[in-house]
Design a protein around this ligand. Structure first.
Ligand SMILES: [Zn+2]
Ligand SMILES: [Zn+2]
Length: 386
């Protein structure tokens, strides 16, 4: 069975929802208007168990099936990015400096599409928990919803999510068991010496050579300290210092990001970065203030749930792979997968500008496929008790 016929019938309506969301992007935890739109649609569909204000603007809605059965969580993220849109679409962002450039408008529309169908047909037992979360792009709205207890409060046993993929053909579902996306850590470093006249370096403590030495030494964390068969990224992305050619600056600011899959590699990278910073600071006689922030954990799919989800996807599309290459990008659905078994899948929308590009746009043709996937996932996992 490809796209569910009933869902295909309201594909145009889903496009309308998606383009409304695209016109009205919101950032981080402040997705209140988006949430209001989601709730108004859910009420139209006859869903009455709606819980708002989780992680500030997150929503969990429960659809009751027929008779006792499991509870499955389906998640969509709702937030946009702080950037200017260049798509030229007639439904382009109406908010300067904000844009849906990661397809979260499409994710929300797909989950609403599944909600409409599931609420109308209720050909399943147990319950569905629809999870609409803010702040995927920033501080981890997914983490906050888990910390605020949605898994326990709503009895959620498994969780599933889709992300649109502009690097694969339309309708291609791809995933893999185990690590799919990386853990993220960010660091900020301030080196403080003693500034002064550049003609008298002996009277100063120059933080610039120390910043350069640290920049060089950080390259060895991957090249010399990491098992060549493992994955690690250490990117030094900021070196800010100095204001004039004849002034030795007082401080230098460095920042960067670390991406990993394996917890031992992640620990090693943090330890080596701390050792390098401390050692170089001592060697150059500057003081170092390092803030090392552990952010999203790796996104690790559970094997049985990934196989199940891929089998469901095969009902919708002939193009399904369970051998996707892991990405060093990150995703805060990782927190939900730490809390409950489940799977994260990409849904190809046709090859075009990549996520976070000003010309990226969600392909509305993918929405009925994503909605059908979610709907069939529930009907398959939670069949009617006969
Ligand atoms: Zn993104
Ligand atoms: Zn995204």
């Amino acid at each position: 069975m490809p796209i569910i016929n009933r869902i295909a019938e309201y594909a145009a309506e889903m496009t309308g929802w998606r383009q409304h969301l695209h016109r009205n992007p919101e950032l981080s935890l402040d997705c209140h208007e988006t949430a209001r739109f989601v709730v108004s649609k859910l009420r139209e569909f006859g869903i009455s168990h709606i819980h708002e204000g989780i992680a500030q603007s997150g929503v969990v809605a429960i659809i009751d099936g027929q008779g006792a059965g499991p509870v499955t969580g389906l998640r969509a993220d709702m937030d946009a990015l702080p950037m200017e849109e260049e798509t030229g679409a007639d439904y382009r962002s109406q908010v300067p400096g904000k844009m849906h450039a990661c397809g979260h408008d499409g994710h929300t529309a797909m989950l609403l599409g599944a909600a409409k169908y599931l609420a109308e047909t209720r050909r399943f037992s147990g319950k569905v928990a629809l999870i609409f979360q803010p702040a995927e792009e920033t501080i981890g709205g997914g983490r906050i919803m888990v910390e605020e207890g949605i898994m326990e409060r709503f009895g959620i046993e498994e969780v599933y999510a889709l992300h649109t993929d502009p690097a694969r053909p339309l309708g291609c579902f791809s995933t893999r068991p185990g690590p799919l996306m990386a853990a993220v850590d960010d660091f900020e470093l301030v080196l403080t010496g003693r500034g002064g006249h550049a003609a008298h370096p002996d009277a100063c403590i120059d933080p610039v050579p120390c910043a350069l030495a640290i920049g060089q030494a950080l390259q060895t964390v991957v090249s010399r300290n990491t098992d060549p068969l493992q994955s690690l990224v250490v990117s030094l992305t900021v070196i800010q210092t100095g204001s004039a050619s004849n002034v030795i600056p007082e401080t230098a600011r460095l920042a960067g990001t670390v991406r990993s899959f394996d917890p031992a590699i992640r620990d090693m990278a943090e330890r080596r970065i701390r050792e390098i910073v401390d050692g170089q600071a001592q060697a150059y006689g500057v003081s170092a203030q390092l803030d090392y922030l552990r952010s999203y954990p790796p996104t690790i799919n559970h094997a049985a749930q990934t196989r199940f989800a891929a089998d469901v996807a095969r009902e919708i599309s002939p193009d399904v792979t369970e051998e996707a290459v892991p990405s060093m990008g990150a995703e805060d659905f990782s927190y939900m997968l730490e809390a409950r078994p489940g799977a994260f899948l990409y849904l190809g929308q046709g090859v075009g500008p990549f996520c976070h590009h000003p010309k990226f746009d969600f392909n509305d043709e993918a929405a009925p496929m994503g909605a059908s996937f979610f709907a069939r996932l529930i009907e398959t996992r939670q069949p009617l008790n006969v």
